[in-house]
Design a protein around this ligand. Structure first.
Ligand SMILES: Cc1cc2nc3c(=O)[nH]c(=O)nc-3n(C[C@H](O)[C@H](O)[C@H](O)COP(=O)(O)OP(=O)(O)OC[C@H]3O[C@@H](n4cnc5c(N)ncnc54)[C@H](O)[C@@H]3O)c2cc1C
Length: 366
């Protein structure tokens, strides 16, 4: 099935990724088409209309997509994380209802970040409260990937003594979605600010009244997101390896191909090593995810940290080799350079990943 899904993504993207990046938009029918085939959240269980891919195969599909278009891969990450949130925190009826929608072409964004809560999600101030048979959601979420396309915003917030998730229709009264203008990278991923002003919904839209602190709930959701972003970075690295190998093998300076200049060859060697180590870290984390090992949490952070750093350095290196050939808007390596830098910021920045890894190392040492 993985080969068929990869072929479908290749065929769908075709040569459009550059145009999507320049325009800052992926046509909605493309996203709905892939969504309705289950490709955007391919791990969802067949019982709920999904394809039931393993985490490892879904990772390979995510890397394949990331090599073609990081904006589309970002949509895949959000949709997959939304599906995982419903699966993890929803009851049976909610899984049937919402996973059915997400595998049927409806699109979802996942909203943690706020103006005062980026790295520090414990500072989140969005509130979800009950009022009679309804829930009411108030808050502002920033930089929410896919929000500009989404039918659903999966909103994390404070609820009574802990946290909860509200499934908010993007068209509900009190919801205002405003596109982030001119983002640095993943330009067609539909980033937006989402303002929620007294949004009233039936209580069936409330997930996870478990008493868990909101930051613990975000960690559970982000384990999926981190692994997905990590695989996306593997895709960026693969696209860079291919572009550098092709260009440096063909372009001649000083009477021979660039690749025969050892300082250029070193760039390719380092890129290749970066792609391989990121892949190994992702494969190890996906195996932990697939077996339900508790190692999946630190392994996903490790994979994300290694893959994002490697992708940012690797894309810079690829741009150095392609030089003026890649220095125009939307070129695959120019996109990689911008997109990869943002991967060091999101889903737990480099520094936040380092803090988590240091804590893990300290707790497991000796
Ligand atoms: C392209 C893109 C897509 C995004 N998509 C989503 C989305 O779909 N959903 C969502 O909820 N959010 C999303 N975000 C928001 C993203 O999660 C935040 O940008 C990220 O968590 C960092 O928060 P911040 O930008 O507020 O930076 P800050 O938290 O202000 O951090 C600024 C800098 O300080 C460092 N820093 C902060 N605290 C510490 C510390 N304790 N120790 C050391 N260094 C520290 C950070 O690493 C960073 O380098 C997205 C952002 C971008 C750019």
């Amino acid at each position: 099935m993985l080969d068929a899904l990869s072929a479908l993504v290749t065929e769908t993207v075709g040569d459009a990724a550059r145009g999507w990046d320049v325009a800052g938009e992926i046509p909605l029918d493309v996203l709905r088409g892939l969504g309705a085939k289950g490709v955007l959240c391919a791990e969802a269980h067949p019982e709920f209309g999904g394809l039931g891919l393993s985490g490892t195969d879904n990772g390979a599909l995510t890397a394949h997509t990331g090599a073609l278009c990081s904006s589309l891969r970002s949509v895949m990450t959000s949709q997959g994380m939304a599906a995982w949130t419903v699966r993890r925190f929803g009851d049976k009826a909610q899984r049937v209802e919402y996973l059915g929608r997400l595998t049927d072409g409806e699109l979802a964004a996942v909203a943690f970040s706020e103006p005062g809560a980026g790295s520090d999600l414990a500072a989140m101030s969005t509130r979800i409260r009950r009022d009679g048979g309804e829930i009411v959601v108030d808050g502002t979420k920033t930089w929410i990937t896919v929000a500009a396309y989404a039918d659903w915003i999966v909103v994390f917030g404070r609820y009574e003594g802990g946290g909860a998730v509200a499934l908010v229709p993007a068209t509900a009264p009190g919801v205002k979605v405003t596109r982030v203008p001119d983002p640095l990278g993943c330009r067609a991923a539909g980033h937006a600010t989402v303002e929620l002003d007294g949004v009233r919904l039936p209580e069936e839209h409330l997930l996870a009244v478990t008493g868990l602190p909101v930051v613990m709930m975000t960690t559970i959701a982000l384990t999926y997101g981190r692994l997905s972003v990590a695989w996306g970075c593997v895709g960026i690295l693969r696209a860079c390896v291919e572009a550098v190998a092709r260009h440096a093998g063909q372009r001649e300076q000083f009477g021979k191909p660039l690749l025969q200049h050892q300082l250029v060859a070193r760039h390719l060697a380092e890129l290749y090593a970066a792609e391989r180590t990121a892949t190994f870290a992702c494969e190890q984390a996906s195996r932990a995810w697939d077996t339900g090992s508790p190692e999946q949490v630190p392994a996903s952070v490790l994979a994300k940290h290694v893959a994002a750093g490697n992708a940012a350095r690797g894309a810079a290196s690829a741009l150095q080799v392609l030089a003026s050939s890649a220095a125009t808007g939307g070129h695959v390596v120019e996109r990689a350079y911008r997109d990869a830098k943002l991967m060091e910021v999101i889903e737990g920045s480099n520094e936040i990943c380092q803090l988590i890894l240091a804590e893990h190392a300290a707790s497991t040492a000796g």
